[in-house]
Design a protein around this ligand. Structure first.
Ligand code: ZN
Length: 256
């Protein structure tokens, strides 16, 4: 089994290290900063094998160039994004064999937050950057609401036990919004309590899993009557499709 380590960066980013089974080899996901990554590599005597980049926002890539000054690493990502030193351009359904230590990684294209956003699925762990967050989803930057909606639906089709390793600690803020949209959802209320407890101990609220997201993330629940009713009330319009509900829900969250 792979082992996942969280490295905190900036105010609320996570850089994930994926450690190969019975090995010190690690993959580095979205290094927005180099220093905390280098510190962890030195402290635990990891051997970095590659960089996996979900998209080109600066807080996911600014550590790439300084890391390559220290280590000779392959850089995996989409060529639709601006990723420095990208030398392994990947697309939908690519199966990545990094080296003998790691299980195969599957690439999923998940545009919406940005137009070339991808995710990496390894064993049952999804590294999804800024698409799906715990109890929320990414903002729309260079992509479209339609793309993001489709991408979230694609994640929703994965096995329910899939672990969600997103790139930010936004869970408590997202749950406040989720509880506003669905005040009668008991899973959301329970999750608020659990998350508060975890955060008080200084632990990451991640990973989440897909089953919990389907039960408590309003952006995956645009077909539920309570969500539709709340979003229609907010927007003052009748919303007749999932996409219309999703688009209005995203706009609501943007000003929440
Ligand atoms: Zn981003």
């Amino acid at each position: 089994m792979i082992n996942i380590h969280a490295i905190s960066a900036f105010k609320d980013n996570y850089i994930w290290l994926i450690q190969a089974p019975n090995s010190q080899h690690v993959l580095i996901v979205d290094p927005g900063e180099a220093k905390p990554v280098i510190n962890a590599i030195e402290q635990y005597q990891f051997e970095p094998a590659a960089l996996l980049i979900t998209h080109g926002c600066h807080d996911h890539i600014d550590g790439v160039t300084p890391l390559l000054k220290h280590y000779d690493l392959a850089v995996y990502g989409s060529n639709k994004e601006n990723i420095p030193h990208l030398n392994h351009a990947v697309t939908e359904n690519d199966r990545l064999l990094i080296n003998d230590h790691f299980p195969a990684i599957t690439v999923l294209e998940l545009p919406g937050h940005t137009r070339g956003h991808i995710a990496f699925l390894i064993e049952d762990c999804l590294f999804c950057g800024d698409t799906l967050f715990a109890a929320g989803c990414g903002r729309i930057h260079s992509g479209t609401a339609e793309q993001l909606h489709t991408s979230l639906q694609k994640i929703a089709q994965l096995p329910k036990h899939t672990k969600i390793y997103c790139a930010h600690e936004y869970t408590q803020d997202n749950l406040r919004f989720a509880a506003t949209v669905e005040p009668n959802n008991v899973t959301i209320q329970q999750r608020i309590k659990n998350t508060k407890h975890i955060r008080q101990k200084g632990m990451p609220s991640l990973p989440s899993d897909l089953a919990l997201e389907l039960a408590s993330n309003p952006f995956l629940r645009c077909h539920h009557a309570d969500v539709i009713r709340a979003v229609e009330k907010f927007s003052g319009q009748k919303l007749t499709t999932d996409l219309a509900v999703f688009t209005a829900l995203r706009a609501w969250k943007d000003q929440f």
